[in-house]
Ligand binder design. Structure first.
Ligand SMILES: Cc1cc2nc3c(=O)[nH]c(=O)nc-3n(C[C@H](O)[C@H](O)[C@H](O)COP(=O)(O)OP(=O)(O)OC[C@H]3O[C@@H](n4cnc5c(N)ncnc54)[C@H](O)[C@@H]3O)c2cc1C
Length: 371
């Protein structure tokens, strides 16, 4: 349910294993998505093994890291593992094409409205009234969806978080004079902006800020000029770049609250299971890694090697072993950023003691995913 990276990869794996798979996605490929589009090399080999030729799609090879404090103080370093830059427009579309070739049945342009579990089967209702039944459902519908409420997930019952912990994400594709092997993370008051190269000589510029920050200035351009432009690196990019969209892609209500990986017998993968703060730059790798794990266990269940109870226990446990610590570190590191004085101090400290920076980076990444 949901055709981002987690949904596309798990559907592809299960179809290739000979399972009958339906993937429901409310939009129609190709489409843009708010995302920094920097993918950790943790999953590079695996993505290529699925049949995605990153070189021929024009992915940028990213080897260096830059961060700046709100005043513009710069921190530079090599990346231990590195990554690649590719737009979701291109990557998701390629995975969709591979899914089609593998026999995944796509239901596009329709939302999943309801998922019910009874008598050991799922009944799924789509926005056009269609009802699907299945033995297994993977929840891959992303950060925050109406479905979370209809599944009555615990985090949706918690009081609405204060505005400082609810975020807004904004993304542009631009042409700008910046190196194409650098992932930059420029901070500003109550937010940060990632920039890195993608295919066709373009760059992705994507930032996250608090709902409060946007509310205070009323609209995106006013906020950018008043807040982001105080960082000289951001000001230069915003003033000199050629913006390639008519208007930015925007998402609201981004929350990093902890979630469960199995709810109402649905196995959650990707952001539906837990969203890592974009600061750590590897939510996509986690969605891909989680989808591989979910499809392996699902395949064992569908093949009769696991009962449903075993499947759910192993999935929840395996998911926590792989990702829970990273999510916690992501949330902790994010608290360092946003408040200008703390970010200034953080950039100063990491500059003075680079090994600490590499330790934090390693903690937010996993092992290279085996093929
Ligand atoms: C501002 C920002 C910047 C980021 N930058 C990076 C980065 O540079 N690198 C990185 O690795 N990660 C980054 N991330 C995180 C990354 O985008 C996510 O972790 C990743 O997209 C998760 O993939 P997914 O498949 O779980 O979810 P998604 O890619 O969000 O896919 C979910 C899909 O489900 C569909 N859907 C939702 N509800 C329904 C429904 N009811 N019925 C049918 N379909 C539905 C949606 O349309 C969507 O296509 C960033 C996140 C944010 C917010």
């Amino acid at each position: 349910m949901g055709g981002g990276l987690a949904g596309l990869v798990s559907a592809l794996e299960l179809a290739r294993a000979g399972r009958a798979v339906t993937l429901v996605e409310r939009k129609t490929y190709p489409f843009h998505k708010v995302c920094g589009e920097y993918v950790s090399n943790e999953v590079r080999q695996y993505v290529e093994s699925l049949g995605v030729d990153l070189n021929s799609l024009g992915a940028a090879d990213i080897r260096r890291f830059q961060a700046s404090s709100p005043s513009g103080r710069l921190l530079e370093s090599g990346l231990d593992l590195g990554g690649f830059g590719i737009s979701r427009y291109v990557l998701d579309h390629k995975l969709y094409q591979l899914g089609q070739a593998a026999g995944v049945a796509f239901r596009l342009g329709k939302s999943v409205d309801e998922i019910l579990f009874a008598d050991n089967r799922f009944a799924v209702t789509l926005s056009d009234g269609t009802r699907l039944t299945s033995r297994l459902v993977l929840g891959t519908f992303g950060k925050r969806a109406k479905l979370d409420k209809s599944l009555n997930r615990t985090f949706t019952r918690q009081p609405t978080p204060v505005n400082r912990s609810t975020f807004v994400g904004v993304k542009y594709h631009v042409r700008v004079d910046l190196p194409d092997d650098v992932i930059a993370l420029h901070n500003f008051s109550d937010g940060y902006c990632g920039m890195s190269a993608i295919e066709d000589g373009k760059h992705c510029v994507c930032y996250l800020t608090t709902r409060d920050n946007l509310r205070q200035f009323g609209n995106i351009p006013a906020m950018e000029q008043a807040v982001l432009w105080k960082n000289p690196h951001l000001k230069r990019v915003f003033r000199t770049a050629e913006f390639l969209y008519d208007k930015p892609e925007v998402i609201n209500e981004v929350s990093f609250a902890p979630k469960k990986a199995v709810e109402n017998h649905v196995l959650m993968a990707g952001d539906s299971a837990g969203l890592i703060t974009p600061l750590c730059g590897n939510g996509m790798a986690m969605a891909i890694h989680g989808a591989k794990f979910a499809s392996e266990l699902s395949n064992a269940f569908l093949g009769g090697q696991l009962t449903r109870a075993q499947l759910e226990v192993r999935y929840q446990r395996g998911w926590s072993e792989r990702f829970a610590r990273r999510l916690w570190i992501g949330r902790t590191v994010q608290k360092l950023f946003g408040r200008p004085w703390l970010t200034e101090a953080g950039v100063w400290a990491f500059n003075a003691f680079k090994p600490a920076l590499h330790t934090v980076m390693r903690q937010t990444h996993g092992e290279v995913l085996s093929v």
